[in-house]
Structures are given as C-alpha cells and as structure tokens.
Design a protein around this ligand. Sequence first.
Ligand SMILES: Nc1ncnc2c1ncn2[C@@H]1O[C@H](COP(=O)(O)OP(=O)(O)OP(=O)(O)O)[C@@H](O)[C@H]1O
Ligand SMILES: [Mg+2]
Length: 318
Amino acid sequence: MLEIEDLKVHFPIGRDSAVRAVDGISLSLGAGERVGLVGESGSGKSTVGKAALRLLSPTSGRIKIAGVDITKAQGKALRHVRRKAQMIFQDPHSSLNPRMTIFRSVAEPLILHTRIRGRALNGQVAALLERVGLPGQFLHRFPHELSGGQKQRVCIARALALDPTLLVLDEPTSALDVSVQAQILEFLKELHGQRPDMTSLFISHDLAVVRFLCSRVAVMYLGRIVEEGTTEQVFAAPQHPYTRALLSAVPLPQGRQSGNRIRLTGDIPSPANPPSGCPFHPRCPEAIAGVCDVMEPVFEQSGAGTSVRCHLLTRNAA
Ligand SMILES: Nc1ncnc2c1ncn2[C@@H]1O[C@H](COP(=O)(O)OP(=O)(O)OP(=O)(O)O)[C@@H](O)[C@H]1O
Ligand SMILES: [Mg+2]
C-alpha cells in the first residue's frame, strides 16, 4: 500500500549546506498493516510522513501508494492520491479553520471530491461525527467551543470522510491530556478493528502507544531507520543500542524487572552536520572506537529477526 524507497528530504540552508532531515529511508507497508515510526524529536518522523503523502517534495528516492509512483505526481494524479491517503496531525486546533462550523470542516472533503450534496451530505457528515463519538449537537459549533480531544475527533472524522485506504497519523494524541489520549487511542484501535484493510503509519515518540496500536515498528535516528521489526521482536529483544535506550525509558508493566537503565546523554545532533560513521556513535554507550566513528553501518538481519544498522551486530556474530 505504501512503499518508500531510499527517501531523502534535505532542506537547503544557506548556499551550500542542507538539513538532512531524512537521509535514505526505505519502508513498506502492506495493505492493512499498522506500522509505528518512533524516534526522538528532530529525528525526521514528520518529514517522512509528509513526504509519503507528497505534502512536501522529496529530494530523492521513490514513493509509491497502492503501486502508483507518486514521487513526481502533480495536478489530477496528486489529487487522486490525496483522496485516498489522509494525514492526521498533532495539533487538532491548528488543523481546523476557526471560522468554519464542525459541519463545514467535515463536509469540505466531500464537497471538494464528490457530488454528494443536500440531505445526503448532512446525513453523511452526521454519520461521520457519530462514528468518532460526537453527537449531532456538535454539527453547528465552532472549534473554539470544543475540547482538544473533541477537536481531534473532528479531525479524524474529516480524514475518514473519503474512506481512505492509507492514514498517516502524526502524534495524534500528544497534544491532549493523558485521560483524553487513552480515549482517542482506544478509538483508533476500534477503528482498525472496523476497517482492517486500512493501512496506517503511526508516528510517535511514545513507544507504549506504538506497542498498543502497531504490529510493526521502525526506529528512526537522525534521518535514518536504525532498527525495524515486528512490535513483538523489537520490544522483546531490541538489538540497536538506541532502541534499547528508548525502551529503557518506558515504564514496564508491573511485575517485570527493568534491566539496566540506559540513559541517553546529550541532544540529538544537528541533521545539518551529522556525525561521521554511525550517526549515533557520539551518544552510544557501546561505541567501538576506530569503527563506529569511521564507518557507516549497513542494514543487517539480526538473530532476533529484526533488521538493524549497527556494527555491534557484526562484532557479536564474529
Ligand atoms: N521546512 C523545514 N526547513 C528546515 N528544516 C526543517 C524543516 N522541517 C523540518 N526541518 C528539520 O528537519 C529535522 C527533522 O524534523 P521533523 O519535524 O521531521 O522531526 P520529528 O521527528 O517529526 O520531530 P518531532 O518529534 O519534534 O515532531 C529537524 O532538525 C527539523 O528542524
Ligand atoms: Mg514531528
């Protein structure tokens, strides 16, 4: 359903340098798959999401949706993609036009892309709102009259209006209160149950959220994927030191022993000037001098079944 091949997105700064926000990522999502993309702030997750739906143009690489190459699509072809592929953003407040009623916001994609009008339109919008758990009285309200969670439900209703086959959800709950987050996550899980054929790319810095919603997970660091595997594999036996560090910061379910807590020191380096060799080496507790700072590791299959980009894998196998 979604194939991302060696995607690079570089943002030029000044005359001859660039922020390498995404620097060679490949990821494929089969129909109905729910894949989580995780990593610290600045690792390039949102940029991947936006490029995947061509909300921004890639520097190089290829993107296919349902087998159609959309890397350079324009005009009608791009509109066709946008109809079936939708993005939900972190901040529901800035995603809604403050001057439009909820009815109008949810009806807009239907008005733009279909001929549904009048009573049929009213019925469809009401049904969409009901589906996300908002009763009819919300139809004529404005965004400022709604809570954050209610606004995010409106954004989800709008994204579902054209019955998308692909959803990119970019931190859809991180701007919400914790109790509301849980409700929205439950709702998203139910939604996947109702629409098992809908493919989703779920972007989050919260591994617990990804574990709850996704069957597969890709871990990003500084514009690259450093580990990828099924949620089970990655949570049971993370191979990359970065994945282990991210996981050790997640509270474990009761009764389980937390292993050695690995603390990530320092900030993620600037993607305008990434470190030599393995981009994680300056922060890696297990970096091998003369190797990790010099050579860039390649993707390899680990014994645990995941794909990992780390020199330790080769060393431990030797
Ligand atoms: N339009 C832009 N121009 C220049 N740099 C950008 C632009 N958009 C993103 N960046 C930079 O690219 C890098 C990746 O940004 P991105 O928003 O994709 O990260 P992220 O993983 O989504 O982070 P967060 O968790 O904070 O949302 C960052 O260093 C960011 O500053
Ligand atoms: Mg982001």
